[in-house]
Design a protein around this ligand. Structure first.
Ligand SMILES: C[S@@+](CC[C@H](N)C(=O)[O-])C[C@H]1O[C@@H](n2cnc3c(N)ncnc32)[C@H](O)[C@@H]1O
Length: 226
């Protein structure tokens, strides 16, 4: 068994423990639904086929959880290709356990609200591989104050005006736009409801006009895959 498989097995136990220590209502409020390991690996393997073979990776997961995508990154890419890896996680319990799990790796993990962080000012510091299962938090869990702040940030970052009915994942996608390098690749695991509802028009506009949509599989660039 490879070292990464051992850590992944521990991660899954930690994930299960954290999930069962919370009520459904608590998990809904923060959109805490983990990505299955096999799907995370599939997404990273697909991303690998889209990137230049020797390109060094600056990885970002803005909604880290325990690190399913980081784990898949380490399984899929040799360490020599990983230049940096950054994660944000708002929940102190998840962030603490993730920090323990990954302490041997050079991961920059912050226990912080991603939407309150400043995007890097230089393209060289922006991520060229952003993989995320952003929090699926319905709009009625967001305060008016938060909606106004998030709307302003989304407009500034991606030039998109989101409706007040948008879920948190829509704001995540638009705000993360300014974290992505010019030729960066992003994959977003998001609910397909945006295709059918009025508030989703702004997300369609983003995917059609602000990035190059590479694939619409159950898996973005400034190239993008959703
Ligand atoms: C859908 S889960 C995905 C977790 C992990 N990346 C995975 O794929 O298994 C979303 C995660 O985002 C975290 N989260 C929610 N709001 C956040 C915010 N504003 N900033 C950073 N993390 C946040 C939640 O606590 C949760 O762990």
């Amino acid at each position: 068994m490879q070292h990464i498989d051992v850590i992944e097995a521990s991660r899954l136990k930690v994930q299960q423990h954290l999930d069962s220590s919370k009520t459904q209502a608590e998990r809904n409020k923060l959109g805490q639904f983990a990505t299955p390991s096999a799907l995370a690996v599939d997404i990273l393997e697909y991303a690998r086929t889209l990137l230049p073979p020797r390109q060094r990776i600056r990885f970002l997961d803005p909604a880290f959880g325990t690190g399913s995508f980081y784990s898949a990154l380490l399984k899929t890419f040799p360490r020599s290709r990983i230049l940096s890896a950054t994660g944000y996680e708002i929940d102190a319990h998840f962030a603490a356990r993730a920090a323990e799990l990954w302490h041997e790796e050079s991961l920059h993990l912050s226990n912080a609200d991603f939407t309150k962080q400043l995007a890097p000012s230089s393209d060289n510091d922006r991520a060229n591989l952003l993989i995320s299962n952003p929090p699926y938090v319905r709009h009625h869990h967001l305060s008016n104050e938060d909606k106004n702040r998030l709307k302003m940030l989304a407009r500034r970052s991606a030039g998109i005006t989101l409706s007040g009915l948008s879920g948190l994942y829509c704001y995540f996608m638009c705000i993360a736009h300014s974290w992505l390098a010019e030729d960066g690749l992003a994959a977003w695991l998001i609910p397909s409801e945006f295709m059918d509802v009025n508030y989703g028009r702004a997300i369609k506009e983003y995917l059609l006009n602000q990035v190059t949509l590479l694939s619409r599989s159950p898996v973005r660039s400034r190239r993008c895959s959703v």
